[in-house]
Ligand binder design. Structure first.
Ligand SMILES: Nc1ncnc2c1ncn2[C@@H]1O[C@H](COP(=O)(O)OP(=O)(O)O)[C@@H](O)[C@H]1O
Ligand SMILES: [Mg+2]
Length: 162
């Protein structure tokens, strides 16, 4: 039996720095094995929020879009595997990449364009959806698909716009 539950918070960000700050709060609460699926159009801010997530995890590098290499690895309190499925066209192609060791491991995965293969990921994941409202404004919605990941949603409670 799967209980149909999910906890969700929506925030407005009015600058890239504010999006990074939201990422930092999420990163600070990340635990081993967490999988975050990032969804949103090109330029929505998926890479920008990942930069903050890495800093919140204690990393110091500036995360860049892994579009051409598919997976970037960043050292931090836990290793952050930053993936981007933009260039992939089918679930088969995604399966062929052999990402399971990362996705079911004890580190952390952040996946851009995860909407290309939602069914492929571990059931326990959090979704971060980014939507451009205008050139500087983004709506960021985080939802958890498991009780364990509610802590990532609650990390943003104090900055929710209600
Ligand atoms: N509030 C905001 N949050 C995030 N990015 C923003 C915001 N306002 C403007 N931007 C700009 O939007 C772009 C987002 O790019 P990026 O994070 O690479 O998007 P994606 O990875 O989703 O394609 C950057 O150029 C960034 O400076
Ligand atoms: Mg990107």
């Amino acid at each position: 039996m799967k209980l149909n539950r999910n906890m969700e918070i929506s925030l407005i960000s009015s600058s890239p720095e504010s999006t990074q700050e939201i990422g930092k709060r999420i990163g600070a609460k990340i635990q081993p094995g967490d999988v975050l699926l990032l969804m949103g159009d090109l330029g929505a801010g998926k890479t920008t929020i990942t930069q903050g997530i890495l800093w919140g995890l204690g990393g110091t590098e500036h995360a860049r879009s892994p579009t051409f290499v598919l997976v970037n690895e960043y050292p931090a309190r836990l290793t952050l595997y930053h993936m981007d499925l933009y260039r992939l066209n089918s679930i088969d192609e995604i399966e062929d990449l052999g990402l399971d060791d990362y996705l079911y491991g004890d580190d952390v995965c952040v996946v851009e364009w995860a909407d290309k293969a939602t069914g492929y990921f571990p059931v326990n994941h959090a979704i971060v959806r980014l939507e451009a409202i205008d050139s500087q404004t983004r709506r960021i919605t985080i939802s958890s698909e498991s009780v364990d990941l509610d802590r990532l949603v609650m990390a943003l409670e104090s900055c929710a716009d209600g």
